[in-house]
Design a protein around this ligand. Structure first.
Ligand code: 6MZ
Length: 347
């Protein structure tokens, strides 16, 4: 490993935007394929390799293939524990995983047992002493509409109260070209009122000014992507002003946006715009398995693309602590951890 690679691996990091089924590594996919050879799924169908570009639509086809491979409690337990350990091995000290609870009639999987299994995986890793604090965001897939969104919020509320602080919020994701945010507003409002933190995918594709404006009025606690918020790419100053005024952090995923073709080149990535504004921006992976990346590569990529120093990148990872959904005491513990690790990382 070269010097730079070692630095970004050792840099303590916070991962706030990771979809569970998009984060499955090639090793875990191999194990799943071994469990289900009859599906005839090949590895090339579940990942987008180096230099390959896809449309966002094609990315969503990939998730459907992975969902076929992950359809029992046993699968979810394996996937979640593997993903957590991989993030830990990459130097992630705090992780918020998100996933859409699914029901599978054939295997008896229910939405409730889906969430319980992810929670079990988190607890199992903790009891094994894996050095990472993991929390969970229950995800709403926007394509499933109003009723499912409300049902998901109720489930998330139950788990927020019964999971010992592990379920901290709600994610709104799914194919951004399907459905409209206004149909999901009552569910999101209810979630907010009950104390769930909200991370919403906003303006991931162009021409969603009206929807974005509506959802920004909630306001959400964090924004996923926000690729088309600013005026230069067809967004608007008033959207930017709302984000800035409410100090809503952005979760930014460079490789995902370039491979999914919503950003043409790394140097065009909106990280630059928000970083120059001094607005809280957190580098994340989105789907490390599908996009063949990890968080240390994303930090390295941001640094090399935008000419940032190691000290700048340290500051970015440290500032991400203020954007987590876990309570203040956890932020303090993480800040202490960063202080303790500083000499070793800059040795
Ligand atoms: C929007 C995305 C996404 O929930 O089954 N997901 N939603 N934009 C993206 N950009 C590429 N990447 C992933 O993980 C897979 C699900 O996460 C959401 C989609 O709903 C996808 O089906 P889970 O663990």
């Amino acid at each position: 490993m070269d010097n730079e690679t070692v630095f970004y691996r050792e840099l303590p990091k916070v991962e706030l935007h990771a979809h569970l089924n998009g984060s499955v590594s090639s090793q875990t996919i191999e194990k799943l394929i071994g469990r289900k050879p009859h599906l005839n799924i090949e590895h090339s169908m579940t990942a987008i390799g180096k230099g390959q570009l896809r449309t966002l639509d094609e990315c969503f086809e990939v998730f459907k293939v992975i969902h076929k491979l992950v359809d029992t409690e046993e699968d979810i337990l394996m996937v979640a524990t593997d993903v957590i350990k991989e993030f830990a091995a990459d130097g992630v000290k705090y992780l918020e995983l998100r996933s859409t609870p699914r029901e599978e009639k054939d295997t008896g999987l229910t939405k409730r047992s889906y969430i319980e299994t992810v929670i079990n995986a988190i607890q199992q890793c903790k009891s094994e002493g894996v050095d990472i604090d993991v929390r969970f965001l229950v995800a709403i897939d926007r394509r499933n509409g109003t009723e499912v969104a409300m049902e998901t919020v109720k489930l998330a509320e139950d788990f927020m109260l019964s999971s010992d602080g592990l379920v901290v919020g709600l994610d709104l994701s799914g194919d951004p070209t399907v459905g409209h945010g206004k149909d999901l507003l009552p569910a999101l409002q209810r979630a907010k009122n009950s104390g769930l933190k909200l991370s919403l995918h906003l303006s991931e594709v162009p021409s969603q000014l009206e929807e974005t404006d509506l959802l920004l009025n909630l306001p959400p606690d964090r924004i996923g992507h926000g690729t088309f918020l600013h005026p230069a790419v067809g967004g608007s100053q008033s959207l930017v002003d709302k984000v800035v005024k409410n100090n809503i952090p952005l979760e930014l995923c460079l490789t995902s946006n370039v491979k999914g073709s919503t950003v043409a080149r790394y140097s065009d990535h909106h990280f630059k715009y928000w970083y120059q504004l001094g607005h809280p921006s957190v580098i994340c992976t989105d789907d490390k398995g599908v996009f063949c990346t990890d968080l240390s590569q994303e930090y390295h990529l941001a640094a090399s693309t935008f000419g940032l120093s190691r000290a700048d990148m340290w500051k970015l990872s440290q500032q991400a602590i203020d954007c987590i959904f876990a309570p203040e005491a956890v932020k303090q513990q993480l800040k202490q951890k960063w202080n303790d690790l500083h000499p070793q990382v800059f040795k």
